[in-house]
Ligand binder design. Structure first.
Ligand code: SF4
Length: 302
């Protein structure tokens, strides 16, 4: 991407981020770990919230709420001292789309085992991280392998969906989101708890909103939201901010989620959007007659 364009994009993204601030925090799954002050609780609650953050926001938020009720206000202590026989029946009505009650119980048991053997999720992740790695791919692969080893017996499709591996080419949106929360410096949204991992090794957590907006901005032409696409986009964002390439993720995600950048293009939204001068779709739309709409491209998620 030409330097002139990245300079303009950097200014526009900073403007968007400043305008938005933390106003959308309550509408994001990161709001769940923000209820806690102990870093050990934040880490564990973020782990659950990120794992379940797919599908309808209201639906997954209700499941996270239900799960947190089980932890009785002390999530870290709950998972550390998880009593298998006592807890099993309490999970009978806890499920979310692809994740059955058995999957979520297995997920809880796996979390318990990690806390017992490694002390924290951050510790097991850091053990697989190598300073020489270009990005988070090798460390995340090792992390997922190590975590999956904690499951008893077969890894069901629901567990595989909760814990995808970058080895399979998946964008691993929710794992990259969790890493963003844990690794990026504390800014009122992310927490900066895992200080052994440099933020410039992170990859963008590609979701349905950010993927289409990155395409509008010309950061990728790929039609599939997979690991390769996330890497391609992040490489351009590194030109803009070499130390913190995923620092605009929250603002871009909520530009889409809030409806300020709808999937069906609307000229009036583009006219007040901070990204307009650098957005290919916005520039095209604002030259069209009012009322004319562009249909979104067909995209695929892996
Ligand atoms: S200019 Fe329009 S299409 Fe582009 S990001 Fe903004 S609202 Fe979306």
């Amino acid at each position: 991407m030409p330097m002139r364009h990245t300079d303009n994009l950097a200014r526009r993204l900073r403007d968007l981020k400043e305008r938005q601030g933390q106003a959308r925090l309550a509408h994001d799954p990161v709001a769940f770990p923000h209820r806690y002050s102990d870093p050990r609780d934040i880490e564990v609650v973020g782990w659950l919230a990120a794992a379940l953050a797919y599908g309808n926001v209201t639906a997954f938020s209700a499941v996270i709420e239900k799960w947190l009720v089980l932890t009785d206000g002390a999530p870290y202590r709950y998972f550390l001292n998880f009593q298998t026989d006592q807890e099993r029946p309490r999970y009978a009505n806890l499920y979310h789309r692809f994740a059955t009650a058995s999957d979520l119980f297995a997920f809880a048991l796996m979390t318990h085992r990690i806390l017992q053997t490694h002390g924290s999720l951050g510790q097991i992740f850091a053990e697989g991280f190598d300073e020489g790695d270009d990005d988070i791919h090798p460390a995340l692969t090792r992390f997922v392998d190590a975590v999956r080893q904690q499951f008893e017996g077969q890894i069901t499709p629901g567990l595989r969906h909760l814990l995808p591996s970058p080895e399979g080419g998946s964008a691993c949106k929710r794992l990259n989101l969790y890493l963003r929360w844990m690794v990026r410096p504390a800014d009122g949204i992310d927490f900066g708890l895992w200080t052994r991992i440099p933020p410039n090794r992170l990859l963008v957590p590609l979701d349905v909103h950010t993927f289409r907006i990155y395409r509008y901005l010309g950061l990728t032409r790929r039609k599939g939201a997979n690991w390769k696409t996330a890497r391609e986009i992040t490489q351009i964002l590194r030109q803009i901010d070499p130390t913190d390439p995923v620092g605009y993720d929250f603002a871009l995600c909520h530009l889409g989620m809030s409806g300020d950048c709808p999937a069906i293009g609307q000229r009036d939204r583009c006219q007040v959007c901070p990204l307009l001068t650098t957005c290919q779709r916005g520039r095209r739309l604002t030259q069209l007659k009012i009322g004319k709409r562009l249909t979104p491209p067909s995209l695929s998620f892996e």
